[in-house]
Write a protein that binds this ligand. Structure first.
Ligand code: ZN
Length: 88
């Protein structure tokens, strides 16, 4: 379950394997995604608030980190809001 607490860049780096963390840090930095504690992993949410852009779960200890990183990146990049400028 986890606390649902929002994680900062440092927490993401500590918590996830490097390949996966790099993808999420880029999403946070350049695309405005947010990352939340989900116990055995994290949940990431897109910044646009569109309802069907559901939260994506990311495995804490994927068997293949590179593969998990690619999977997560594909999911995020499939959302139209991926290429919009970050607004805040
Ligand atoms: Zn979105």
């Amino acid at each position: 379950m986890g606390t649902g607490q929002e994680l900062n860049r440092e927490a993401v780096r500590v918590r996830l394997k490097k390949e996966v963390a790099d993808v999420l840090l880029d999403a946070m930095e350049n695309h405005g995604w947010r990352v939340f504690d989900a116990g055995h992993g994290v949940t990431i949410k897109c910044p646009c608030g569109t309802r069907d852009h559901r939260a994506v779960s990311v495995a804490h200890t994927p068997r293949d980190a590179k593969r998990e990183a690619n999977r997560v990146h594909r999911l995020m990049a499939a959302y139209p809001c991926w290429n919009q400028k970050k607004v805040d």
